[in-house]
Design a protein. Sequence first.
Length: 439
Amino acid sequence: MEQINMFDDRERSAPLATRLRPETLDEYVGQKHLVGEGKILRGLIESDHISSMIFWGPPGVGKTTLARIIAKHTSSDFVEFSAVTGGIKEIKEVMQSAEQSRRMGIRTILFADEIHRFNKAQQDAFLPYVEKGSIILIGATTENPSFEINSALLSRCKVFMLKELEESDIMELLDRAVKSPKGFGDMDIIINEDQLRAIAAFSNGDARTALNTLEMAVLNGNIDDDGKISVTDEILEQCMNRRSLLYDKTGEEHYNIISALHKSMRNSDPDAAVYWMYRMLDGGEDPLYIARRLVRFASEDIGMADSNALRVAVAAYQACHFLGMPECDVNLAQAVIYLSVAPKSNAVYKACLECAADIKSKPAEPVPLHLRNAPTKLMKELDYGKGYQYAHNTEEKLTKMQCLPDSLAGRRYYRPGEQGREKQIKERLEQILKWKNSK
């Protein structure tokens, strides 16, 4: 009897998220697009026709849980493997054991959590055994498999994308945690629906965060003489004083959020732009990186429509360099707002693209003689500079001299638009071209 109690104590000491981990598809919450009735992954699991696959999604959405449910549903050995503790030698030992099991008619499911952390050599070691069918590989990753997993291995795996849990999913998990004997069902806990909903909103679609927050709130609740545990708003607020938003400075979410910042500014939405900028700062991004992206944006998306935008962006970079975090956040915000509301033109950017394309595709013609300097007697004898027309010597400050190579004569790269200052530039350029084309 004492042994059973000791076992129960060990179970009770496990984190709430571990105690409540679903063991069947019916208990599994979320991902209805994959495991709902009639969906493809559910059908593969229930018919025991699974093959190697990758689960891709944010933290806390059930990737590991789903892999364990698959293991229970199939007649297979289940091996979990870590990129941190397992090298090439350990991988080969597991694979050899799996190959022996295969010859005896027993399949092996190898679960590689955070498979993006496995290096190229480790991933290559899986490949021949996946090809032979010695193992069924199930990898879980928060990073884009296209970037983090070898193409040869990825081509042999079906990728399933798991989504953030809906608030209703999180509420279902929290309700289960409060009522289930595996959770707090045998305890008298006073926590209202509004508080549970606050936890669900705070979790940002991450079941593990939600359950950990609930557990912390209950463990720090007020206990009365009758043993009732009350979770107050004050306690809950302390448990939710900091939320770790998904942001990895070297991963896909880094590029997703900088893309969101860039596109929000391009769409003249200062509120969204400031939000995405702060998401990056909150995730620990170097403010100088953000400032460099603003400098690029100022020329790529605003250009001559407001030449002052580049000055503002450069000034923001200098301010970030002088002040650093946290003081430079307002400098970045000022620049982001300015760039967002500034008139937009990508004419400079398009000029660069078209010019670069011509340079790559057309012959590299020599500089026309009349555009060359002639600092020596020999150069003058070779007609360097002959025929050059000095624009300042004319009343119009213009000449009809051709400055592009012959094969590109008349080519236009910069085509100003109608936004902001660029409208005036367009009118001026049209006057120049009209004069140059006149007889």
